[in-house]
Write a protein that binds this ligand. Sequence first.
Ligand SMILES: [Zn+2]
Length: 215
Amino acid sequence: MNIILLGPPGAGKGTQASKLVEERGMVQLSTGDMLRAAVKAGTPVGLKAKAVMDAGQLVSDEIVSDLIGDKLDEMGPDKGAIFDGYPRTAAQAESLDAILSARGRTLDHVIELDVDEDALVERITGRFTCAKCGEGYHDTFKQPKTEGVCDVCGGTEFKRRPDDNAETVRTRMAEYRAKTAPILPIYEARGLVKRVDGMADMGEVAASIAAILDA
Ligand SMILES: [Zn+2]
């Protein structure tokens, strides 16, 4: 089973990917992480990538394809792949098909965690944590039982992450739409795109994803 997992920041994509890794033994192929790891390990592809990056240039599709191919070979044929952050362009989507078919694999699903932008803004901007123990709270969904006092440790100071603001969320959402716009129609035409309600609670989202994979 090989899938592409898509979702804007804040939709819980990382959580769902971790669940698939834990529960199904799938491997998450995040190209950014893989690139950093290959450079650090000094693999042939990593050395090539480092030379390009040191020269201030963007890593080519060919290098990324090699990285993914190496990773799939290393995983062996029995483990499923979760592609994260790749492909981003029509050319990369085509490369991915070639990389997979060279290894007897196919792309089974493109799962998109669908979010309502306004609800996502509310979800993210409402978050705050106890400055002392780190317990998480939310303006709408989880206020401390006594206003201004942490339920867990009695602390009275709370903090919010500076990037948890509406403008940042909307900018990230727009970036996400721009990044996925080139590839969604390709996979939609092939009937591979399945949408899951990313605003549902984590367990429900996981169950919806499981239902797609087990269908
Ligand atoms: Zn606390």
